[in-house]
Design a protein around this ligand. Structure first.
Ligand code: FUB
Length: 328
């Protein structure tokens, strides 16, 4: 994400969208609150979706203080479970409930999130929290940051250590990847609250932020918000694949265009009840007199399909979302 972005005024079409009666499964998914950075997690027969709550007023860029979780059994009807944590629950953090991901391991739910560290470790940092249930309450699992800005000295900016994605490989090892402009990966110790061994840089082409790790068959995927500054003004989604979590990663190009009216975009990928889904966000929602902006985004979802060689088919972002059956 760039440091400062001009607020974008939206055309009347965006205002009209918020007054439409919602069709279950249509985009944006949640219309009572601005939500961003969707991170899905399947637990038994339910899909949980962790999001940041965008509360920017007027021309504020971001105002994100809490993370929320929603869940569904059918991708159409969603239950709002409310706040799972406030950034103030991390005593060492001072603001910014930015992108997150939750994962289940050893009977517990582990929640990794980007926050702004206090002045003892200036810059963005990655926090880890734990809960017995996917809906919380989550508590700080470590009492300090898992990753601080000093741990990745190559980076030149203070918001380099954001947007954690966590993935458990077939051998039981859990990996964490994260970053802004540079993308890093490291192993987590079995206790889930410490890095195990070196941090490696794996920055793929045009990497901006928001990495998401997943595996399908024998192939590993690193999907991310990309920005080819020479060609585009807003982020898109691109991805790379590898035969192992340790690489080598092969760039596969763009998966989506930009989110409607949005500078940022953020992938979250999951398989649920036979279909694959790509969660995203755009800035097409208006609530009252507040319309979408860089800090007032809205979560969306699309079907994700693969080619026989394992590459992902380009995803077109729609208003219909998953209110309609997937095309085969
Ligand atoms: O939502 C705050 C930040 O904007 C996230 O951490 C980035 O991925 C971008 O979406």
């Amino acid at each position: 994400m760039v440091a400062m972005m001009a607020m974008v005024a939206l055309p009347a079409i965006a205002l009209a969208q918020s007054t439409r009666s919602p069709t279950p499964g249509a985009n944006p998914l949640f219309r009572a609150k601005f939500t961003a950075d969707p991170a899905p997690l399947v637990v038994d027969d339910r899909l949980y979706l962790y999001v940041g709550h965008d509360e920017a007023q007027r021309d504020e860029m971001f105002n994100m203080r809490e993370w929320l979780v929603y869940s569904t059994k059918d991708m159409k009807q969603w239950t709002e479970h409310g706040q799972i944590m406030n950034v103030a629950d991390f005593k060492w953090a001072k603001k910014d409930a930015w992108a997150s991901q939750a994962i289940r391991k050893n009977g517990k739910f582990w929640f990794y999130a980007a926050v702004e560290h206090d002045d003892t470790h200036p810059g963005k940092a990655i926090a880890v929290a734990v809960s017995d249930t996917p809906t919380g309450p989550f508590v700080d699992a470590k009492g300090s940051a898992l990753i601080t800005n000093e741990m990745t000295p190559r980076g030149t900016h203070s918001w380099e250590d954001i947007d954690p994605t966590v993935f458990t490989d077939d051998d039981g090892t859990t990996w964490i990847a994260w970053g802004n402009r540079e993308c890093y990966i490291a192993k987590l110790k079995p206790n889930m609250i410490e890095i195990d061994g070196p941090i490696r840089e794996i920055t793929p082409p045009h990497f901006e932020e928001g990495p998401w790790l997943h595996k399908r068959g024998a192939l590993y995927y690193l999907t991310y918000a990309s920005l080819d500054r020479a060609r585009h003004r807003d982020e898109r989604i691109s991805y790379a694949t590898a035969p192992s979590i340790q690489g080598p990663w092969t760039y596969r190009g763009e998966l989506t265009g930009s989110g409607k009216y949005s500078f940022t975009i953020h992938p979250g990928i999951v398989q649920f009840k036979g279909n694959w889904y790509l969660f995203l966000h755009n800035a097409s929602l208006a609530i009252g007199d507040l319309n979408g902006a860089i800090g007032r985004r809205a979560v969306t979802v699309e079907y994700l399909r693969y080619n026989p060689d394992g590459t992902m088919k380009p995803v077109v972002q729609t208003d219909a979302g998953v209110s309609v059956p997937p095309s085969r």
